[in-house]
Design a protein around this ligand. Structure first.
Ligand code: SAM
Length: 291
């Protein structure tokens, strides 16, 4: 991990990443952090499903580190939607569980390093909240978010609070994503998130090493996600499971895709051309000056 942190990217030229797909496909490799391409591709697919279903709302990430996943969220935010990110950055407690986690994984993290990374890809910074997710998100409006990524503390108590925050903030059609729900060194995350599935009405949709779910009746459901993934060039449903009577999809990369190179090359025409056109139009729409 110290190798990751030691890989400074400040000062690198602005990469050629005009859209989300190019970022996922190649440019994200230049940003240190923890964000599996499988999840990046799934975020694009979910974003597309939300768009098709007319779901709108802001985006939130708890735990940005140096911006690897936040930069993708910056591409997904549509005109009028706000991306908010929350991290302790250098404001780490001196002792306790969080301090130990910071010393082990996040040494060298600063807000300015996150900002420098983010600005390599986007003209403007997101709304940045520096502080603990347990104390600094109270002002965010209830039910106004369509996508919440929880990737902050691994402490059981903090994740319990993050679950409650995500539930409060997700609006109609909103999707929440929790990281590290199977990871051996994060039992607190596993306990808090799966407890929400069993006891707190969290409807699971899919898993990678993250859990994708919703509290909304109007969100995309397992059937819609399964249908979308059946057409996906790089993702597939590896298996289907049921937890506490609730179905969910286990998502894997398709073997064909894993063996080949970039997403842009793997999409076959006319699908590739159509997707590229859509994404370019979205970027243009986002950059167009408002009246
Ligand atoms: C695993 S990293 C996030 C990885 C990141 N999403 C990426 O794409 O690489 C976890 C982050 O959560 C932050 N964090 C830890 N505890 C937190 C808390 N209570 N509130 C907000 N952020 C926290 C850490 O400072 C660290 O940057």
């Amino acid at each position: 991990v110290s190798e990751i942190v030691g890989t400074t990217v400040e000062g690198l030229p602005k990469p050629d990443a005009p859209d989300a797909i190019t970022y996922v496909d190649s440019a994200s490799e230049t940003v240190p952090g923890w964000f599996d391409p499988r999840d990046a591709m799934l975020w694009l697919a979910i974003d597309e499903l939300q768009r098709d279903a007319g779901v709108e709302g802001d985006l939130l990430e708890i735990g940005v580190f140096l911006g690897k996943s936040a930069i993708l969220l910056g591409y997904l935010a549509r005109p009028g939607e706000i991306l908010t990110v929350c991290d302790l950055f250098e404001d780490q407690p001196a002792t306790g569980e969080v301090a130990a986690e910071h010393a082990r994984f996040y040494e060298g993290l600063t807000r300015s390093r996150f900002e420098a990374n983010y600005l390599r890809f986007h003209d403007d910074l997101p709304t940045i909240i520096q502080g603990s997710s347990t104390e600094s998100l109270a002002d965010l409006k209830d039910e106004s978010f369509r996508f919440v990524h929880v990737d902050g503390s691994h402490s059981y108590d903090v994740v319990r609070a993050d679950v409650a925050t995500a539930r409060r903030l997700c609006g109609p059609g909103g999707i929440v994503v929790f990281d590290d729900v199977f990871t051996g060194h994060t039992p607190g995350v596993c306990a808090a998130v799966w407890d929400a599935v069993v006891h707190d009405g969290l409807q699971p949709l899919a898993t990678t090493n993250k859990l994708y779910g919703t509290w909304s009746d109007q969100a995309i459901d397992v059937a819609a996600l399964r249908a979308a993934l059946s057409r996906h060039p790089r993702l597939r449903v590896q298996d289907e499971h049921t937890v506490a009577g609730k179905p969910l999809l286990e998502i894997a990369r398709s073997p064909k895709a894993a063996a080949r190179h970039g997403l842009l090359h793997e999409l076959t025409p006319p699908g590739a051309a159509k997707l590229a056109r859509k994404v370019r139009a979205r970027v243009r729409e986002r950059r167009a000056p408002t009246a």
